[in-house]
Ligand binder design. Structure first.
Ligand code: HEM
Length: 160
């Protein structure tokens, strides 16, 4: 009787264990799938994810609009050729997003020298750029990927 009970108990333990294994496997399978798909989404082509050149141009147009209505940042651009800025920034963002473009503008050091851009000026410019991306309906995770690329050029334009 005891032996049978023990056997039964063992079976129950085994079945429960198998069940747990299955849950563990299934449980693991789901995050593994989503982890691998999130790896795919962060290693895919940012240019395509953004929506290509049309979307980049939309962001740049929105950004110029933000600059135009912002006293602090507009002060830097008041004598600039905005048509040129639009073209060069669009090319540069395209290159930063690994798109099929060539940047034909001047180096970031050359362009921003003499402006004495402070960290606060820079951060404020980034806020305007975020507004521009929001208005172009760019999802926040995609925005972060572009901002991450832009941040790499930060040192080339501060306090020059
Ligand atoms: C990551 C941030 C930035 C990027 C990627 C960037 C990129 C560029 C590019 C591509 C150009 C055009 C270059 C050319 O004409 O050959 C440019 C011009 C300019 N940038 Fe930036 N910029 C950044 C931040 C800023 C900030 C924070 C300011 C000022 C607050 C600023 C002020 C200007 C001005 C005034 C021009 C026009 C210069 C001219 O008239 O020749 N930029 N920038």
């Amino acid at each position: 009787m005891r032996k049978t009970q023990l056997k039964l108990n063992k079976s129950v333990v085994c079945i429960t264990f198998l069940g747990l294994c299955l849950v563990a496997i299934t449980g693991c399978a789901t995050p593994t799938t989503s982890a691998s798909s999130s790896v795919v989404s962060s290693s895919d082509n940012l240019y395509q994810t953004l929506g290509g050149k049309a979307k980049i141009d939309e962001i740049v147009d929105n950004f110029i609009n933000e600059i135009a209505f912002d006293q602090e940042t507009y002060a830097f651009f008041k004598d600039s050729n905005m048509q040129r800025f639009k073209e060069k920034l669009s090319e540069q963002l395209c290159v930063m997003a690994q798109g099929p473009c060539t940047y034909t503008g001047d180096s970031m050091e050359q362009v921003h020298t003499g402006m004495n851009i402070t960290e606060a000026n820079f951060n404020h410019g980034v806020d305007l750029f975020i507004n521009a991306m929001d208005k172009a309906d760019i999802p926040h995770n995609v925005q972060n990927r572009l901002l991450n690329e832009m941040a790499k050029t930060r040192k080339q334009m501060l306090y020059r």
